[in-house]
Write a protein that binds this ligand. Structure first.
Ligand code: BGC
Length: 367
């Protein structure tokens, strides 16, 4: 329930087209996409060499998808994703520009010092990262579901830092289209103060190994927009993308969610795009984008979406409103998620949910 309270409290391989696209978003805060039959046209701009790498990569992440249930499943292969390479090709061909990949590193590392990550798991993660990069997708590797961090962060501190030293070293030579996200949705005992301290220490450690790598970090309290004001980052470190998650109204997005107590009572909640609903959404997105502007940080909406038990019309309306709202404010996004409970893709039938896909990546207007 802590998650509910936390969330409710919120009130470019380098395809030339993508590079160009990155510059558009980074400079103008506007959004376009690259060519396939269903994608919007790319706006014409003059690329600028002065765009900071974090802004450029964030622009490459413009329209991303969370690749759920691959590397954070109890056992890899439980995702139902039949062919990873095929899925990643389908994702790129559908018009998505990046993937955020949740990784449950904590399940694949020793519990005692030096907390070695299983080399076989690194090999598996590498395979997924390389397959995504080969499709021209930007990649965020996210440390996901390290639940012990919320329960006893002090006890996990040394292990968390040791994991990051290993991960940073391992990916040091990877292309700049790979970003590393420090911890999904810090919450619970990992209070804003503790999170800021840990973040500072982890970033300083990573920078000793990989000074250039773009990192992704968000505020305590489940990456809530309302908690951005608590987030402290090293001011001199410009290679950081700031992320938030958005699931408001929670009773709509999580209706029927088996992992949320009482969510069965919310079944039937709709999202019609009424003036009040649009106003609430705009206010929240304005807060996030305004914080980014005020602090000179690129903003990434790393998760949003509505669970599959909401009605299809409301899901598509909500998804389109959040995605367009983020784009209009110069924020990149990653929809939660590819092919599970919030999924936009059916991995058994191997087909997209048409309305949801069009909500995320609208077809180009016919001339
Ligand atoms: C969690 C998922 C959950 C989703 C929506 C993610 O951060 O890892 O388990 O389905 O948020 O609640």
């Amino acid at each position: 329930m802590a998650r509910l309270e936390g969330r409710v409290a919120l009130a470019l391989e380098r395809r030339p087209a993508l590079c160009l696209f990155a510059v558009v978003l980074a400079l103008a805060g506007s959004l376009a996409s690259c060519a396939h039959s269903a994608r919007p046209a790319v706006a014409t701009v003059v690329p600028s060499p002065t765009v900071e790498p974090a802004f450029a990569l964030n622009a490459h992440l413009a329209r991303s998808l969370n690749l759920d249930n691959v590397l954070e499943a109890p056992c890899d292969g439980q995702s139902g994703a039949a062919s990873l390479e095929g899925d990643l090709r389908a994702i790129a061909e559908a018009g998505f520009t990046g993937v955020r990949i949740p990784v449950r590193w904590s399940w694949h590392a020793a519990k005692a010092a030096p907390y070695a990550v299983d080399p076989g798991f690194f090999t598996r993660v590498d395979q997924v990262v390389k397959a995504a990069l080969a499709q021209g997708l930007a990649v965020v590797l996210d440390m996901h579901e390290y639940e012990e961090m919320a329960e006893g962060p002090e006890a996990q501190r040394e292990r968390f830092l040791a994991l990051w030293m290993q991960i940073a070293g391992h990916y040091q030579s990877y292309p700049p289209e790979l970003a590393l996200e420090l911890l999904n949705e810090p919450s619970g005992e990992l209070t804003p103060g503790r999170w800021n301290d840990l973040l500072r220490e982890a970033i300083a450690g990573i920078r000793r190994t990989d000074p250039q790598r773009v990192l992704v970090a968000g505020p305590a309290n489940w990456y809530g927009i309302a908690s951005l004001g608590d987030l402290e980052l090293p001011a001199e470190d410009r290679a950081i993308i700031v992320t938030v998650h958005y699931y408001d109204p929670f009773e709509f997005t999580h209706q029927g969610a088996e992992w949320v107590e009482g969510a069965g009572d919310w079944l039937g909640t709709t999202w019609r795009g009424t003036p009040a609903e649009i106003e609430a959404l705009s206010r929240d997105l304005d807060t996030a984008a305004g914080w980014g502007r005020a602090n000179g940080r690129p903003m990434f909406l790393g998760e949003f979406g509505a669970y599959g038990r909401a009605d299809a019309g409301s899901r598509a309306r909500y998804t389109a409103a959040v995605a367009r709202g983020a784009e209009a404010r110069g924020m990149s996004w990653a929809y939660w998620e590819f092919c599970a409970g919030f999924g936009v893709y059916d991995s058994v039938l191997r087909g997209w949910d048409g309305p949801l896909l069009r909500a995320l990546v609208p077809p180009a207007p016919t001339p």
